[in-house]
Design a protein around this ligand. Structure first.
Ligand code: FA5
Length: 335
């Protein structure tokens, strides 16, 4: 008899634990079928044990059987009631008239916004947008741009060299230090006339300060055709600056030197009482045309490279370039 009663006890505690562990009416129904089911439920096996008890034992065994069945049955009821009442309590407390939780949407970074606007403005001037790689070889970053081997701009300490010679490349590989590389890539691929801009990241181991970052963005522009002059260049850059920064912006052109343009200028914009350098520009040097197989007797062209962050700083009145790269959402979301 002890064996039978023990089987009843085991059944009872297993059934009660299974009921308590359910979290949905569907699970509860499965437990019901398993333990109380008429056809295959474990209760049937239990019932057959009663027949094995002796005549004297039967009343006690039968009583215990009924007890177990009732307990499991009523625990099942209680569990079902508490599940349904929890659900209706949840439904009753849901107020459809309350405002929802507004998800926090991000926005474009101010530098990205500037890039988007630059592309659109230059598109209106008839310039097509092209892309160039950030990892470059020396031909595109220097040689074809008429920057000789001994030029200080090629000093390894002034550039981020990545590899002395990568697999499949002809020589050392570096992170481009200027977007002028894209001038060469474009002219190598197509004959004149050309009217392109290219916007992207450039890298220089510059000391970081209010106006310098070691990674920043430039917009390169290149126009090559017959009879392109310096007047076109100055007009375009002035109109562009006014279109982006408003009609009152003051731009000046300072004579300068770049190996790949002749003559060359540096472009400044008025900021308070002083001037901020925003780009370099000039007429494409004949050596550059020769390097890409263009005939300098046939075509002329201008090129420019503008610092995108500097425009972005002026546009949003931010006086420190580092703010753009600190990832402080409290600051960025104000712009
Ligand atoms: C150049 O990079 C030339 N490739 C520009 C050029 C293109 C000249 C085509 C002629 C023809 P420069 O080193 O001056 O030039 O850089 C151009 C602009 O990038 C600067 O005027 C400045 O606005 C921005 N710039 C330069 N260094 C930094 C820096 N470390 N951080 C942020 N902006 C910078």
């Amino acid at each position: 008899m002890m064996d039978i009663l023990q089987a009843f006890d085991e059944y009872e505690s297993a059934a009660l634990a299974a009921i308590d562990a359910t979290t949905s009416p569907e699970q509860l129904e499965q437990v019901r079928v398993e333990y109380l089911g008429q056809k295959k439920g474990k209760l049937r096996d239990l019932q057959s044990l009663i027949g094995k008890a002796s005549k004297e034992e039967k009343p006690a065994v039968g009583k215990r059987f009924n007890e177990v069945r009732t307990r499991v049955g009523s625990r099942l009821e209680t569990q079902l009631t508490s599940m349904t009442s929890r659900k209706s309590a949840r439904e009753a407390s849901f107020d459809v008239t309350l405002p929802g939780i507004v998800p926090r949407l991000g926005t474009l970074h101010p530098v990205t916004k500037t890039i988007v606007q630059f592309r659109e403005l230059m598109g209106r001037f008839g310039f097509e947008v092209v892309e160039g790689p950030e990892l470059e070889d020396e031909r595109h970053n220097f040689e074809a741009l008429n920057i000789p081997d001994d030029h200080p701009a090629r000093d390894p300490l002034d550039n981020f060299y990545i590899a002395t010679a990568a697999a499949g490349s002809d020589g050392p590989v570096l992170l481009r230090s200027q977007t002028s590389t894209v001038q060469i890539r474009t002219m190598e691929q197509q004959p004149p006339p050309i009217r392109i801009v290219s916007l992207g990241r450039v890298y220089r181991p510059d000391a970081v300060d209010r106006t310098h970052s070691c990674m920043f963005h430039q917009m390169e522009g290149l126009m090559v055709d017959r009879h392109v002059t310096m007047a076109h260049l100055k007009t375009l850059l002035t109109l562009f600056a006014r279109a982006f920064l408003g009609p009152d912006v003051k731009i000046r052109f300072r004579p300068s030197f770049f190996p790949f343009t002749e003559p060359s200028v540096e472009v400044d914009m008025k900021w308070g009482d002083s001037w901020m350098e925003i780009g370099g520009a000039g007429m494409v040097d004949t050596n550059v045309f020769r390097a890409v197989g263009y005939d300098p007797e046939e075509v002329t062209g201008f090129a420019f490279g503008l610092g995108i962050e500097r425009f972005c700083m002026k546009h949003f009145e931010v006086d420190d370039i580092r703010r753009f790269y600190e990832n402080d959402v409290r600051f960025l979301s104000q712009l």
